[in-house]
Design a protein around this ligand. Structure first.
Ligand SMILES: Cc1cc2nc3c(=O)[nH]c(=O)nc-3n(C[C@H](O)[C@H](O)[C@H](O)COP(=O)(O)O)c2cc1C
Length: 340
């Protein structure tokens, strides 16, 4: 099924906030939190989506016929497509009773691996969610990326130890998560981390040969500090607008960040990426790969694992089509030159 049909199928089983729109553009969910909306005025998710639509690509169909290769190398693995399922915490609270968090993570991990890619898992307020996610990742031979919140360092190190034992492809921290309204005053506390603190986390990952990713980087200054802390990759992300209002779209800040640290770090990006064309745009602006979060929740509510694989197939099809229309044979050919 196409995304629009999967969204239609999801509509009956959604909670009150997600409208399972034909295009997940952040407008209908607005500022609803709980729910998949954004903080404050609730406009940042919509801004993310809209910014990609302003990026124009340059057609070039004067080349020999070929089948574009959408695969990409990341963290020592070859992904069939430069898209991964983004981490999502507390799916039941935000999207409705149909899915328990543990089952949702298990579903996206297995379905993404089957599609030749990876899913990232969110770190909930309940310890069992992270434990169950890393158990599934271990069973999948490390195919998945657990994301740990910036709790106090003692909690981070405990959760990290558990994650590293599963030998995941990488471990991430959503360094921006302290801005989440429901983490305010929570025990253990979550908050900013200094470069030396993050270096301890990165060092522990590297001891196991596991890359460390910092998710939630929105400027050159923070990107430089991520590099200094020993991160191997960053996700240019504003958490879909859920942690701070009034911030730019990720597409707006991506090129400068990629120019500054792209030689040393892998650059990932998320926020409003909804089609294979959007993936192409993100790569052209300097990303190595993308994360897509909210739409994967919608397709999982619509059709479970089948929904996830159908949406992966659609993104791959659209990316391949755009690559062939713009003269890119491989993902490495997608650079600033393919922009109009
Ligand atoms: C309901 C909901 C829960 C989320 N939970 C997490 C989380 O636990 N950890 C995390 O790193 N990001 C979390 N995110 C942020 C997403 O991973 C992603 O950065 C953001 O939604 C932007 O991508 P999108 O526009 O494709 O949804 C969450 C987003 C939503 C909508």
């Amino acid at each position: 099924m196409e995304y629009k049909e999967l969204a239609t199928a999801a509509r009956g089983s959604m909670g009150p906030w997600c409208k399972a729109c034909p295009v997940c553009d952040g407008r209908a969910c607005g500022s609803h939190m709980p729910g998949p909306g954004s903080k404050g005025a609730g406009t940042v998710a919509a801004r993310n989506y809209a910014a990609w639509q302003e990026v124009r690509v340059r057609m070039d169909t004067i080349h020999e016929a070929y089948e574009a290769d959408t695969s990409v190398e990341l963290f020592g693995r070859r992904l069939s497509v430069p898209v991964m399922v983004g981490p999502l915490g507390d799916v039941k609270l935000h999207y409705g009773d149909k899915w328990e968090m543990e089952d949702y993570n298990s579903c996206i991990l297995h379905a993404a691996a089957k599609a030749g890619s990876l899913a990232w898992t969110g770190d909930g307020m309940v310890a069992a969610i992270h434990e169950s996610a890393v158990h599934d990742i271990g069973e999948l031979g490390g195919c998945g990326i657990p994301t740990i919140k910036p709790w106090n360092l003692e909690t981070v190190m405990r959760k990290l130890e558990l994650a590293l034992a599963a030998r995941p492809v990488a471990v991430a921290m959503d360094i921006d998560a302290a801005g989440l309204p429901f983490l305010k005053g929570f025990q253990p506390p979550a908050g900013p981390k200094s470069v030396p603190e993050l270096r301890r986390v990165a060092d522990a990952c590297h001891t196991h040969g596991t890359p460390f990713v910092l998710k939630g980087i929105m400027g050159v200054r923070a990107a430089r500090k991520a590099a200094e802390a020993g991160a191997d990759a960053i996700v240019v992300s504003n958490h879909g607008g859920r942690v701070q209002d009034g911030v730019p779209a990720t597409a707006e800040v991506l090129p400068a960040i990629a120019r500054e640290v792209g030689d040393g770090l892998k650059i990932l990006v998320d926020g409003g990426i909804r089609s294979g064309l959007d993936v192409f745009r993100a790569l052209a602006l300097g990303a190595n790969a993308c994360l897509v979060c909210r739409p994967f929740a919608v397709v999982t509510y619509g059709a479970g694992a089948e929904g996830v694989s159908d949406y992966f197939a659609q993104l791959a099809r659209e990316l391949k089509d755009t690559m062939e229309m713009c003269g890119a044979r491989t993902v490495a050919d997608i650079d600033a030159d393919v922009l109009a």
